[in-house]
Design a protein around this ligand. Structure first.
Ligand code: ADP
Length: 519
């Protein structure tokens, strides 16, 4: 029978047993580590990423992808500090992330042996390895990925720039008809802000009746058709903006509409129309003035020839011996009045050309209106009697001392012309001459009960050379310059001239001049 082991012997046995177990376990661990290491080596060599094992930043191991990435030989890498392979700008980030045992990926800029740089994406993790705290980092060269991203970003921003600055408004709508994207041009066109538009239904930009008249044809767009239509959209302030809308569905998820603002085009068309009208009017006016000039010349020849014939004819008669004293006197009178007529014509022509060349100046005198009119009444009495007309003065009461500051001879010339015409174109009637005071002006009027002036002549009556061709011109020929001279003289005196008339009832010519000369 064996002897029972003592307690101490038992303890010794257990200790030895434990030692051998531990030795066995260590052997197993060693094997495991060796297994792991070779597996790690195999894996890391197969990886495309650079894989680094470092301790406190000092490289313990690196795979061949890592060596290639930085252009550094394996043996040179071992013992190298991680910071020497990153640019100064990104070193601190790498240090911080190592120190803080950051596991998320981050970006830094790596430096190759030849000094060139590349964008690196780093992902690190800390491990407890053979009793040491090491960090395994995987580094990826993302330069080409970055370049691709940048290219995409650049082309995206270029595209956006093009869209934002397009001459036309651009609108994207989703399948339920809500606007999901608009460009700057559309916002400028309508006055809405992006917030006011994005998310709203497309109906927001139309007046309610506009859609019932021309409905939105989503059905046709869904069939792949493009629709180009002129419509009116509503600006923020309610303005109806004429536009051309070009809509289609380029993608399963949205509609695209290009909106062309037609306001400028319409304005330009209107402007062109206006200019064409102006040109047409100017052309007609030029033709008219050409026609008037020709008729003036024809008329003038006649006007000159008539008194000229009178002068020559009666001078010849005077020359014959068999005329009595009475006849001779009559001939001389005809010669004198024909000469006077000729002089008037020449004066008119000279006057209008002097006015038109700016040779006439307006003088300032204190003029008594009543005396001027009384003088006119007296002067025209003989002519009035000739046509069996009465001259009536219509002067406001208590105006004996009414003076105005103006050019007496020019006012007299205008009055003379107008009264002369009134008496010329009135038979067995009356010509009333007077004025009314209106605030700062004196309004003269010459009212006759004569033949009146047809409507179609009214806007030309004050043009040069016009003679209305409706009356018995044989009796009442003139140069057609009288009213043109009146108008120019009145305008020189800062006044206005106009006429009111009715056929066979008579005409009233008015002209107003300021009481005091305006500065
Ligand atoms: P003229 O010297 O030929 O009369 P005016 O310029 O004075 O030229 O007048 C132009 C035309 O206007 C006249 O030929 C005549 O047809 C018309 N007219 C002017 N005054 C009157 C009037 N009081 N009544 C009717 N017609 C008038």
């Amino acid at each position: 029978m064996s002897k029972k082991p003592t307690y101490n012997e038992l303890l010794e046995k257990i200790r030895r047993l434990e030692e051998s177990v531990q030795a066995y376990e260590e052997q197993i661990d060693e094997q495991k580590i060796l297994d792991n290491e070779s597996r790690f080596k195999a894996l890391s060599e197969a990886a495309h990423e650079g894989i680094f094992i470092h301790e406190n930043g000092v490289c313990l191991e690196v795979n061949s992808a890592g060596c290639e990435m930085f252009g550094i030989d394996h043996d040179d890498f071992i013992g190298m500090h991680a910071l020497s392979i990153f640019t100064d700008e990104t070193k601190q980030l790498v240090v911080d992330n190592i120190r803080n045992e950051v596991t998320e990926g981050y970006e830094a800029v790596g430096i190759r042996k030849d000094g060139s740089t590349f964008n690196a994406e780093i992902r690190g993790k800390n491990y407890f390895y053979r009793g040491r705290n090491v960090r395994i980092a995987a580094i990826r060269d993302i330069t080409s990925q970055k370049m691709a991203e940048r290219t995409i970003k650049e082309s995206e921003s270029k595209f956006r720039e093009v869209v934002e600055n397009a001459a036309d408004g651009i609108l994207l709508g989703n399948l339920s008809g809500h606007m999901i994207e608009v460009n700057e041009t559309f916002l400028k066109m309508t006055g809405f802000s992006r917030e006011e538009i994005v998310g709203q239904h497309i109906k927001k930009i139309f007046a309610s009746n506009a859609l019932s008249e021309k409905p939105l044809r989503f059905d046709l767009l869904n069939k792949g058709q493009s629709i180009i239509l002129e419509r009116e959209i509503l600006g923020k302030d309610g303005e109806r903006i004429p536009v051309e809308m070009n809509s289609k569905r380029p993608h399963a998820n949205y509609y695209l509409t290009i909106i062309r603002d037609l306001r400028e085009r319409r304005r330009a068309a209107k402007e062109l129309e206006r200019k064409n009208k102006e040109l047409q009017l100017a052309k007609e006016k030029a033709e008219e003035s050409d026609r008037l000039k020709s008729s003036f010349l024809a008329n003038m020849s006649h006007e000159i020839r008539t008194p000229m014939n009178g002068i020559l004819g009666f001078a010849e008669l005077l020359n014959s011996d068999d005329r009595d004293e009475q006849s001779r006197k009559e001939y001389i009178n005809v010669i004198i009045s024909s000469g006077q007529q000729l002089l008037n014509i020449i004066n008119d022509v000279l006057e209008i050309s002097r006015i038109e060349t700016g040779q006439i100046k307006v003088s300032d005198q204190k003029v008594n209106a009543n005396s001027l009119l009384k003088e006119m009444e007296l002067f025209f009495q003989p002519l009035a009697i000739q046509n069996h007309n009465k001259i009536i003065l219509d002067i406001p009461p208590d105006t004996e001392k009414l003076y105005f500051v103006g050019d007496q001879s020019k006012v007299r010339q205008v009055l003379t012309n107008l009264i002369n015409n009134a008496l010329k174109f009135t038979l067995n009637g009356s010509v009333t001459v007077g004025y009314v005071r209106e605030e700062e002006t004196l309004k003269f009027f010459i009212r006759d009960t004569g033949i009146g002036i047809p409507e179609e002549y009214l806007d030309k009556i004050f043009d040069r050379f016009l003679q209305a061709e409706y009356q018995d011109q044989a009796k009442q020929r003139g140069t057609g310059l009288g009213l043109a001279i009146c108008k120019k003289l009145v305008e020189l005196m800062q006044g206005e001239i106009w006429v009111e008339t009715e056929i066979n009832k008579g005409s009233t010519f008015y002209f107003s001049i300021p009481l005091q000369k305006k500065s």
